[in-house]
Design a protein around this ligand. Sequence first.
Ligand SMILES: [Zn+2]
Length: 173
Amino acid sequence: MRQRAARDQKRLDSGAVSSPKDLENLQREIASLAKRQGDLEDVVLEVMERRESAQERVAELTERVGSVQGKIDDATARRDAALEEIDGETASVTKERGVVSGSVPAPLLSLYEKLREQQGGIGAAKLYARTCQGCRQELAITELNEIRSAAPDTVVRCENCRRILVRTSESGL
Ligand SMILES: [Zn+2]
């Protein structure tokens, strides 16, 4: 476009254009080209401004991605450490359980396993302050009396949830 305007201007300056009509046409074309050039320069300016603001946004977002990634890495490391700890604990509890279950009479162990399955994973509960810690119900006086008079090796169970009750010095008997 600039080349065309320069060429037109050259023709105009050289005096090669003879007729007034041609002259007028040429001048009009030069003016129109100048206006278009101005418009295009405005567009270029606007595009450059938009590109600059987009680059700023990219830099900002890149920084945020970096910070979020740092948090993810941190959380992942903590999760992995916790999992490792849980695995270690599971192994030690499983081993302990094996030792304990070996000393429990078979019929009691199978009753416990059956109750555990029926009662959401808890087959035996502590009797604490006259309350079954399995179902959180306070035992009735008659039930407490029965438990009180039962021999220490008698298996006592909660009347409400049927879990095996474990008696301790804190049972409130
Ligand atoms: Zn109970």
